[in-house]
Design a protein around this ligand. Sequence first.
Ligand SMILES: [Zn+2]
Length: 269
Amino acid sequence: MAETGVKHAYLFDYGLMQAEWGWFLPDPATNGQRDKPRRWVEFPMAGALIEHEDGWIMIDSGPSPDAARVWPKESFEAFPVVRFTQDNVSVNQLKQLNLKPEDIRAIIFTHLHLDHAGQAYMYRDSAYLIAHRLELQHALTQIWEGKYGAYVPSDFEPLKGARWVLVDEERLEILPGIEVIHTGGHTPGHMVVKVEAPNGDTWYFMGDFFHMPEEFETESKGWLLYNGDQFESFTRKMKFWTSSKRVHMFMTHDPTNWQKYPRIPRPLF
Ligand SMILES: [Zn+2]
């Protein structure tokens, strides 16, 4: 197999969140059962760190450590962070690998929602910040229009003037063996990250394209769906690619598989 320079991948543990199930999957039972209690789920917030011979690349930066104070009240009520300690701050997890924030060459944002962009300010002076141009445009437009429920103004203020690398392409190589693919679906500029592991396997870091494995299984998404055509189109491609035994998906918020994965400092691969 070709040598790409990818050495390892690690997973960040950014704490636990809760939300109503309808965000993830439509629940038609509620149509006929109006008194049925709403189902809530608890799930992880996560990110990844790719060790490459040309530098360390983060995928998503987790929520602000101060979410209860800086998130809009409505956002925190809909998506309460129920566990977050100093151990969930990315900088402290990097210490377990003897890394400092300045060691991070770039952060790839699958998208810029509040649980993905909230710690980027810790890296703003040294890392390149890689997002799809449509995503930053959408986030800033939402904020200017006062519709910033999932995009938090205080996440973006410190990032003004940072070293943004905005992706215009449908696919772009970040480093050999690390590629972003524009998917849309969940947000206009949502991307997934395709990483070629040294053993020849392929890992797709899915961001929030699928929040829960059930969305992939049923090819359906709840209130967090932004564009149904994009969701259907890319879902079927993922079904095809993952029908190979050597292709794997990592979903940021998957509560079931999260229990099985190793976390920093132990590598995913
Ligand atoms: Zn998320």
